[in-house]
Design a protein around this ligand. Structure first.
Ligand code: FAD
Length: 517
């Protein structure tokens, strides 16, 4: 496939340069990519998909989409653009599964690299004491799960939804209910191959090019395009005891969650969510969860209250079932949930991990998957979680929620230090995720404007300087906000940008740095 010259009429978006304030919109004319031979191909038509994401609010058209079949396809394009130097404003965005929320995988008038096209290396498993799998960074986690299970193995740390790419989640952190024990996904990767913003291909790990390795993990795509990852595996269980129990008091709920994540031998998954005026949600469970005490559970009513649902899981293999039951009963007996509200389910490990996909299928059937998703994810220090819950669930989101509201603590001691992810400074912090869906034409409480305004109120409270709350999957539009987000880490972030992507070519959709002539 040959690539000939193309013209780019570029407008600046409100992105920033580390050393410049945002500028007004301007357009320039740009010419020419030389003749290049690709193992894959580059498209200039039918590329609208690259201007969409799960958030469904930002739609920035690129000029071209590269479908790479080799790492050299990626490095040649980045190198070519790098070599144009200051004469160019072209940018490049790696696009994983496009499940960003605010255009982070888009590149206005730039080149989007469709990472899912990259099929090299084929998944390659290494068993033994320290099992791992080498995968292409465009691989979906769900595929890795299925292939690993054929060998009796599985990754240790997950996201709640598995139809995301390795490169996409490693560029953020990858947090789910296993993170309290294993750290996020970025803790469970041994080695990466990366194409930097200079177009150079580097292998990095704790031992080799460690600064690049740390920069890229949670690096929001700013320092390089991850092309390959070596992911830690563990023996996979077959089954999961999946348990939910309700609390009406936030302090009791949080105390129990923190107790569970402090135990060295505990459950395998600890999460939780807030139920705001949603009796229907409880009734839904009854089809798949069995109440431990059916008579009393039947009498339990939510009465429009805010409830907090602990969600935990214990992995097991069928022959261990008896002693696992005892272990789980002992752990549960130490907790203070409302006794009549213990619900249990036993499912296969795959069904447990792929649980959100079941909701996706249902929502797609109703045409409710491809709606705007004004999500807000926060990391709240333990010392502030009660104040946060009082204000947010007591005043801001007290009547209704437009999707799940997750809330669960993780142990910072399990997080690798030196990566690019910004977390609160305390040993325990909570992930609080407002996973809202907006009804497109609604002007009511389920409409985009209402949800965005609620998010602004939550953010305005959360950004009080003494609270130390950080955004996860962060999104800002000014340099000042990014500086506050990174705090003392801003200098390192900028230093790494200058080392690995000095022309600010990569991941412009994050709007941290601005490429300019
Ligand atoms: P994309 O959206 O395609 O890309 C995200 C960013 O990473 C972009 O800036 C892009 O340029 C960059 N990027 C993509 N690939 C690469 C690469 N190979 N190298 C370098 N940069 C790259 N997150 C959690 O932590 N825990 C969860 O439980 C969780 N659940 C989710 C559930 C749903 C339904 C959705 C939609 C998202 C969820 N997320 C969760 C957020 C998710 O991890 C991020 O949005 C992630 O970026 C999506 O992966 P993706 O492959 O779609 O990446």
């Amino acid at each position: 496939v040959f690539l000939h010259s193309f013209m780019i009429n570029r407008e600046h978006l409100c992105s920033n340069h580390p050393f410049a304030t945002p500028q007004t919109v301007q357009s320039i004319t740009h010419s020419s990519l030389p003749e290049m031979r690709f193992d894959g191909h580059i498209s200039f038509n039918n590329i609208e998909f690259a201007a969409k994401d799960f958030g469904n609010r930002y739609h920035l058209m690129p000029s071209a989409v590269l479908h790479p079949k080799s790492v050299s396809d990626i490095s040649s394009v980045v190198k070519y653009i790098f070599d144009l130097g200051l004469a160019s404003e072209l940018t490049v965005a790696a696009r994983g599964h496009g499940h960003s929320l605010e255009g982070q995988a888009q590149a206005y008038q730039g080149v989007v690299i469709s990472m899912e096209a990259l099929r090299v290396p084929e998944m390659s498993f290494h068993t033994g004491k320290r099992p791992y799998v080498d995968v292409s960074a465009g691989e979906l986690w769900i595929n890795i799960l299925h292939e690993s299970l054929k060998r009796g193995l599985a990754p240790r740390s997950w996201t709640d939804y598995l139809h995301l790419t390795v490169g996409g989640t490693l560029s953020n952190a990858g947090i789910s209910g296993q993170a309290f024990q294993h750290g996020p996904q970025i803790n469970n990767v041994y080695q990466l191959q990366v194409v930097t913003g200079r177009g150079e291909v580097s292998t990095c790990s704790e031992e080799q090019n460690a600064d690049l390795f740390h920069a890229v993990l949670g690096g929001l795509g700013q320092f390089g395009i991850i092309t390959q990852a070596r992911i830690a595996l563990e023996p996979a269980p077959k089954m999961v005891k999946w348990i939910r129990a309700l609390y009406s008091d936030f302090s009791t709920f949080a105390r129990d969650q923190e107790h569970l994540i402090s135990l060295t031998s505990s459950l395998d998954y600890v999460e939780g969510f807030v139920i705001i005026n949603r009796t229907g949600l409880l009734n839904n469970w009854r089809s798949s969860f069995n109440p431990k005490d059916p008579v009393q559970a039947d009498q339990f009513t939510t009465e429009g209250k805010i409830l907090f649902c602990l969600e935990v899981a214990k992995y097991y293999n069928p022959r261990e079932s008896d002693h696992i039951n005892q272990d789980v009963d002992t752990l549960l007996s130490e907790l203070n949930y409302i006794r009549s509200t213990l619900f249990l389910s036993e499912v296969s490990y795959v069904d447990f991990l792929d649980r959100v996909h079941v909701s996706e299928v249902k929502l797609r059937e109703k045409g409710l998957w491809e709606v705007p998703h004004p999500w807000l994810n926060l990391l709240v220090p333990r010392s502030r979680i009660h104040e946060f819950a009082r204000e947010v669930f007591g005043n801001i989101v007290k009547d209704t929620s437009n999707g799940p509201v997750l809330i669960y603590p993780v142990n910072k001691t399990k997080w690798k230090s030196g990566t690019s992810v910004i977390t609160p400074e305390e040993d325990v912090f909570y992930l609080v995720a407002f996973l809202s869906s907006a009804i497109p034409s609604s002007t009511g409480k389920d409409g985009l404007e209402h949800i965005l305004s609620q998010n602004r109120k939550i953010l305005s409270f959360s950004q009080r300087p003494n609270l130390g709350i950080k955004q996860y999957l962060p999104h800002y539009s000014t340099e000042e906000e990014w500086k506050v987000h990174f705090g003392a880490h801003w200098e390192v972030f900028c230093r790494r940008k200058l080392s690995y992507d000095p022309l600010a070519i990569l991941a412009p959709g994050q709007r941290i740095f601005r490429r300019e002539k």
